[in-house]
Design a protein around this ligand. Structure first.
Ligand code: NAD
Length: 358
């Protein structure tokens, strides 16, 4: 029999912890991919998986993704992720959250948790009654690090788009630069507002027709139907809705020079990064450009752990490093003829001590 840790989604994870608590009915998987740079940090997903193996796969893949993302954001944090395997009625009780908090505490700080899909801020407050290794808690003051990560994510993407325009189009002036924004929710709406202030020309699309029309009117933007945004002729396409939007067909039809947005996992498959590169489209790797939210959450956690106050300015200062990181990726990509997504992965692997030379 093959050892289960040689299955494809295992990537030398330092630890995979399975939690079963009979009293509360909790079943959870906590995966820590790497603690090379610091505690393995990443949110907890609460999800019903008809096949529990898919929960394990999510924990393994997402924890590795967090190692890469935290490393590229320059955070002193490793990568981890927890999955609570919900029953089909999605029962979530205070006892389960308490048992989960105890399990996190039992790991002694090797894993730091936060919200992810299906887990609210109130749930994290409940978990924080049992463990100190929690972030994403309500902020104590207007100017404090933490709170809703959306605006921080938007700010990083806005800076990343400007860096891409500088790199590809050779200008710092966003006036008239045409950005097509897919998804105008928390992240995409924030990006559009920041770009509008700089005089960019905007085309927006969202499945919520009324909300996108109102935003377009406020910003003087155009609106197209959701199925037309990927083929809108523009300078920058900014995906801020769904993952897996870039595949053979959509890449062939793109009419943009740059793809730079916050949606997670934009490339449907790994080789689609190469397809973008071969078409001469500059790609900002999603986990590098969308790190603003995790930077805020991590800064909040580190400040609480070390007993000092971190302000929004501290968070923004770190987010302002995102353009330099992207530039480093693009320059290496150009010099080596390797697509930026692969370059980013290789840089992340070096940073966590798992590079080719390690
Ligand atoms: P959100 O739910 O606030 O916004 C998503 C928007 O996309 C909604 O307005 C929705 O109507 C729209 N949408 C859905 N399907 C669409 C389609 N087919 N075409 C056009 N629009 C569509 O979510 P968000 O927090 O803004 O997150 C957006 C993306 O960014 C997600 O992929 C998320 O994983 C990623 N992300 C978010 C953060 C964060 O801090 N919120 C951080 C990192 C990554």
């Amino acid at each position: 029999m093959t050892a289960f840790w040689t299955e494809p989604d295992f990537d030398d994870h330092e630890m995979v912890h399975v939690v079963r608590d009979r009293g509360s009915g909790l079943t959870a998987i906590i995966a820590v991919h790497s603690t090379h740079l610091g505690p393995g940090a990443g949110g907890t997903r609460f999800w019903h998986y008809p096949d529990p193996k898919d929960g394990l796969r999510d924990a393994l893949r997402l924890s590795r993704g967090m190692s890469y993302k935290n490393a590229m954001a320059g955070l002193p944090m490793g990568g981890g992720k927890a999955v609570i395997l919900a029953d089909d009625a999605r029962t979530k009780t205070p006892e389960m959250l308490a048992a989960f908090g105890d399990a996190v505490e039992g790991l002694g700080g090797r894993y730091v948790t936060a919200e992810d899909v299906g887990i609210s801020e109130a749930d994290m407050v409940a978990v924080s009654q049992r463990t100190a290794h929690v972030s994403g808690l309500p902020v104590s003051g207007e100017d404090s690090a933490g709170g809703d990560p959306g605006p921080f994510t938007s700010y990083g993407i806005y800076l990343g788009i400007k860096a891409a325009v500088r790199h590809k189009l050779g200008t710092d002036d966003m006036r008239g630069v045409h950005v097509a924004v897919q998804g105008t929710g928390s992240v995409g709406g924030g990006v559009a507002k920041l770009l509008a202030k700089d005089g960019a020309r905007l085309t927006l699309a969202d499945i919520h027709a009324d909300a996108v029309a109102a935003l377009a009117q406020e910003l003087g933007a155009d609106v197209v139907a959701p199925d037309a945004i990927l083929t809108t002729p523009c300078d920058v396409l900014s995906p801020n809705a769904l993952g897996a939007i870039l595949d053979e067909r959509s890449i062939d039809a793109l009419q943009t020079q740059i793809v730079a947005g916050g949606a997670n996992n934009q490339l449907a498959r790994a080789h689609h990064g190469k397809a973008l590169f071969e078409r001469g489209i500059l790609y900002a790797p999603d986990y590098v450009i969308n790190a603003g939210g995790i930077i805020s959450v991590a800064t909040e956690y580190l400040a609480r752990r070390d007993g000092h106050h971190a302000s929004k300015a501290d968070v923004n200062a770190r987010i302002e490093q995102i353009p330099a990181r992207l530039e480093q990726v693009w320059q290496t990509s150009q010099a080596s003829g390797t697509s930026p997504d692969i370059v980013a992965d290789q840089m992340a692997q070096e940073l966590i001590g798992r590079g080719a030379a390690a």
